[in-house]
Design a protein around this ligand. Structure first.
Ligand code: NOJ
Length: 721
C-alpha cells in the first residue's frame, strides 16, 4: 500500500531472482541523484568520532530527497519508525531505509566478548548465540549488524582483539560460519533474523606494534593463509555485507584497494553482497596521502569497488560529476544500487518497511532462555589456567570475597550495543543469590580478613575496565596496575588459599601474578550473566572447559607470539639453552606463559593410543584418526580435543603446527571414549611459492592433544596427490 507508486508489486518470495527482477524495475525509475543516495549511510546522532557536524533535521531533509540509503546506529524504536515513515511516505520513490548497528556480542543481553566466546571452541553454541543476538536486534527494528569481526589477531596490545576469534584461521573460520548462519538464518525476510556484515577487509588485526589504525604489512602468503580464510567462510554462508578496513595493505588503503576488493573479495572469494566502508575510511585516503582531494577519493574508492559509504560524503558530493565527466561508469553505479535494493527486498522491507517496529521491543529482551544461554556461554568460555587442588569450592566453609571486581558490573566489555551494567550479575550477588556462605572484605578491612580464622579461602577478582579494550584502546603495558598486583600479594602473604579471577578485554601478562594464587580463572569480560556462570564454575556445578584462542605471553617483549609460527634454521636447543647462536632471548624463555589451546578442567583427561588407519594417503582417500581419552576423575566434564598437523618438508616453510580439526566432547566421571577425526587431502594442502593451493610429496605428523603444546603424534606420507 505504501508502495503504490512502485509499479511492481513485491512478491512474498524473497529469492535472489525475484529480488533482482524487482530491483531492476525500480532502478529504471530512479534518477542518478537518487541512485547515488542509495550508496550513502547517514549518521543521525551527532558524530563525536571525526568531528563531522550532523544535525538530525538535515538528515530528515535528505531522506525526503532520496539522498539516504541507510542509517548508522540509530537504535531508538520511535525514531526508527519516524525516519522510516519519512522515507516511505515522503520520498519520491518511497524506498525504505536500512538500519545498521554494531551488535557485536549482544544487543540487550550481553554475552561474553567474542574473544571469550571463541574459547568455547563450539560452533553450535556460537550459532545459538548469534541467533539469540539476532532475535533481540531484529525485534528492536535493526536490519543489519556489523558483525562478525574476523580479523586474525596476534598482538594483545591492540584493543580490538576482544572482538575477534583469536589467532587461528581454521578455528576462526568455523566460528565465523556459525555467526553468519546464526544471524541470517535461512532467509533474511524472517523477522527474527538480521543481515550480517563481516569485517574488516582486510588485515586490520596486523596493525604494527598493536597501535590502532596503524600500517599493516603482510606478505601475500600470510594474507591468503592466515587472514582470508574466515572471510571465505563468511562468503560460503552468503554473508550480506563486507566492511573494508581502515588500514593500508600492500601500501594502499583497503577502502581504495582494487586488488583487495575486486580481485580477491569479488573474484577469488566470490562475494556477491555489498561492500561498505568503515566509517569515513573513504575520505581518510586523503590523510593517507593517496588521494589529492575529496573528489579524487570518491573516484579511487568507487573504482576499487567500494559501494556503500558510511558517514562521509565523498560519493554524495562527487559521484554525479564524475559520472558526467565519464570518469566512472554508470553501469558500476547501477550494479551497486541494485545490490542495495536487493538487500532491502530480501529483508522484506518493500513489503513491511516497519519490520518489527509495531510492538514494544522490551518483551523480546533479556528473556529467560537468552539469559540461560548467556550462562552457558560464560561457563564454557572461562579458562582455568591453574588449579592447585583448590577448586571446586565446597559449601562447607565460609569464603572471603575481595577485590575491585568482586562486586563490579563493569564486566560487559566494549561494543555493548544497548546492554546495561545494571543488568549484570556480579560475582558477589551470585554468591548471595545462591546462599553460599561468604564474607565480603573491603580493601580497608584487610586486618579483619587476616585475623578471620574461619575464612581460609579467598576469591580475589582483579582486572582491567571494559573501557581499556575495544576500538581506539591500544596499550603498551599489559600488566594489571601495581595496586591490584600488590593487593593479591598481600592476601597471599596472609597464608590463605587464593582463587584469582581476572577480567580483561585481552590476554594480560600474568607471569608475576600466578604464583600468588592457588587457582586462576581467566574470564575476559563475560557479560550480563558473569556472576552466575562463574559461581557455577567455582562451586563445581559445572567444570571449566574453555581453551585459550590467543597465546598468553610470558613477557611483553615476546609479542607478537602465536602458536602457528614458522620454523627457524636455528631452533632453540633445550640441551644447550644458553647457546648464543640459536633463536632465543637472553632474558626470557621462548615459550609463552600459556599456549594456544590451553585450559584446565576438573576432569583429568588422559590421552593414549593415537592411531591412524594408513601410512600413505592417496588422492580422494580419507584418513581416519582415532585417540583414546580417559576422564580419570570423579567429575563430569567437557574436553576440547585438538588435531594439528606438521609438515616435515614442503616447498615453502609452514607453521610448526596447523590446527585442522577439533571436537568438544562430554565425559561422565571415569568415562573412557574413543574420539574420531577424518582428514582429507585438502587438509594437507597449502599455497606454494606460486600461490597455488596444492599438496606436495611430503611427510606429516598428525598430532592430537589437549592443547597446542601437548600432543601425541603419528606420521603419514603423501606420495601422490
Ligand atoms: C568503526 C569500526 O571500526 C567498525 O568496526 C564499526 O562497525 C564502525 N565504526 C561503525 O560503528
Amino acid at each position: 500500500m505504501l508502495l503504490k507508486n512502485i509499479q511492481h508489486k513485491p512478491l512474498k518470495h524473497y529469492s535472489d531472482l525475484h529480488a533482482h527482477e524487482f530491483a531492476e524495475k525500480l532502478l529504471n525509475r530512479m534518477t542518478t541523484k537518487e541512485k547515488i543516495g542509495q550508496l550513502y549511510q547517514a549518521p543521525y546522532y551527532s558524530d563525536t568520532v571525526t568531528g563531522h557536524a550532523f544535525d538530525a533535521s538535515s538528515t530528515i531533509e535528505e531522506i525526503k530527497m532520496g539522498m539516504v540509503g541507510s542509517l548508522l546506529s540509530v537504535h531508538d524504536e520511535g525514531t526508527l519508525f519516524d525516519l522510516q515513515k519519512v522515507a516511505v511516505e515522503q520520498s519520491r520513490l518511497h524506498i525504505p531505509l536500512i538500519f545498521m548497528f554494531d551488535v557485536i556480542h549482544g544487543y540487550k543481553t550481553a554475552f561474553p566478548i567474542n574473544l571469550a566466546l571463541s574459547n568455547t571452541w563450539e560452533p553450535n553454541l556460537i550459532y545459538r548465540i548469534a541467533k539469540a543476538i539476532a532475535y533481540e536486534t531484529a525485534h528492536a527494528g535493526i536490519h543489519v549488524t556489523f558483525s562478525p569481526m574476523v580479523d586474525l589477531v596476534r598482538d594483545p596490545k591492540w584493543g580490538r582483539v576482544m572482538e575477534s576469534n583469536g589467532e587461528d584461521p581454521y578455528l576462526s573460520s568455523e566460528l565465523t560460519k556459525a555467526y553468519v548462519s546464526g544471524y541470517q538464518g535461512d532467509s533474511l525476510s524472517n523477522k527474527n533474523a538480521v543481515a550480517a556484515c563481516v569485517k574488516h577487509f582486510a588485515g586490520y588485526g596486523f596493525v604494527e606494534a598493536g597501535r590502532e589504525y596503524n600500517t599493516v604489512d603482510v606478505s601475500k602468503r600470510k594474507l591468503f593463509t592466515m587472514i582470508l580464510p574466515p572471510f571465505r567462510a563468511a562468503v560460503s554462508q552468503n554473508v550480506a555485507l563486507t566492511m573494508t578496513a581502515f588500514n593500508t595493505l600492500f601500501d594502499r588503503p583497503a577502502t581504495a584497494n582494487k586488488y583487495l576488493l575486486k580481485d580477491i573479495l569479488r573474484n577469488e572469494l566470490g562475494f556477491n553482497g555489498i561492500i561498505i566502508s568503515d566509517y569515513t575510511s573513504t575520505e581518510e585516503i586523503i590523510s593517507h596521502k593517496v588521494a589529492k582531494d575529496e573528489k579524487d577519493a570518491a573516484k579511487q574508492c568507487f573504482d576499487a569497488g567500494l559501494e556503500h559509504e558510511m558517514v562521509s560524503r565523498t560519493y554524495l558530493n562527487h559521484l554525479q560529476s564524475l559520472l558526467e565527466a565519464g570518469e566512472i561508469d554508470y553501469s558500476a553505479l547501477d550494479e551497486a544500487v541494485l545490490r542495495m535494493l536487493m538487500l532491502k527486498y530480501k529483508l522484506g522491507l518493500f513489503d513491511d518497511p516497519y519490520r518489527n517496529l509495531y510492538t514494544n521491543s522490551k518483551q523480546y529482551m533479556l528473556l529467560e532462555n537468552t539469559k540461560k544461554l548467556a550462562v552457558e556461554a560464560v561457563e564454557k568460555s572461562v579458562v582455568m589456567l591453574k588449579n592447585d587442588k583448590l577448586l571446586p569450592l565446597s559449601k562447607h566453609e565460609k569464603i572471603g570475597l575481595v577485590g575491585p571486581f568482586i562486586d563490579s558490573k563493569d564486566l560487559i566489555g566494549e561494543w555493548a550495543a544497548l546492554c546495561e551494567k545494571s543488568d549484570v550479575v556480579s560475582i558477589k550477588s551470585a554468591f548471595e543469590e545462591n546462599h553460599f556462605p561468604f564474607k565480603h572484605f573491603e580493601e580497608t578491612a584487610f586486618e579483619d580478613l587476616k585475623n578471620d580464622n574461619e575464612v581460609k579461602t579467598v576469591i580475589v577478582a582483579l582486572g582491567e575496565s571494559g573501557a581499556h579494550a575495544g576500538e581506539g584502546n591500544s596499550k603498551t603495558n599489559l600488566h594489571l596496575d601495581t595496586h591490584q598486583q600488590n593487593l593479591l600479594k598481600s592476601i597471599k602473604q596472609m597464608d590463605k588459599k587464593v582463587v584469582l579471577i581476572v577480567f580483561a578485554g585481552r590476554p594480560l601478562i600474568l607471569t608475576n601474578l600466578i604464583n600468588n594464587a592457588d587457582a586462576v580463572l581467566y574470564a575476559y569480560q563475560p557479560g550480563t550473566m558473569a556472576g552466575i556462570g562463574l559461581f557455577n564454575l567455582i562451586t563445581g556445578k559445572t567444570s571449566p572447559s574453555g581453551k585459550l584462542t590467543m597465546t598468553f605471553p610470558f613477557h611483553e617483549g615476546q609479542v607478537p607470539i602465536y602458536y602457528n609460527h614458522l620454523k627457524t634454521g636455528r631452533p632453540f636447543d633445550e640441551k644447550r639453552p644458553t647457546y648464543r647462536y640459536n633463536s632465543r632471548y637472553i632474558d626470557a624463555p621462548n615459550e609463552p606463559l600459556y599456549p594456544f589451546g590451553y585450559g584446565l578442567s576438573y576432569g583429568v583427561f588422559i590421552y593414549t593410543n593415537l592411531r591412524i588407519d594408513k601410512q600413505n594417503l592417496h588422492p580422494n582417500e580419507q584418513l581416519n584418526v582415532q585417540v583414546t581419552i580417559q576422564n580419570d576423575s570423579i567429575y563430569a566434564a567437557e574436553e576440547v580435543v585438538q588435531l594439528y598437523i606438521e609438515s616435515e618438508y614442503y616447498s615453502v616453510s609452514r607453521p610448526v603446527d596447523e590446527l585442522k580439526a577439533f571436537k568438544r566432547i562430554k565425559f561422565n566421571p571415569h568415562e573412557t571414549k574413543q574420539v574420531d577425526f577424518v582428514l582429507t587431502m585438502n587438509d594437507f594442502r597449502s599455497y606454494n611459492m606460486n600461490m597455488i593451493w596444492t599438496a606436495e610429496i611430503s611427510k606429516y605428523q598428525i598430532k592430537v592433544g589437549p592443547s597446542s603444546s601437548e600432543k601425541l603424534s603419528q606420521s603419514i606420507e603423501i606420495k601422490d596427490f
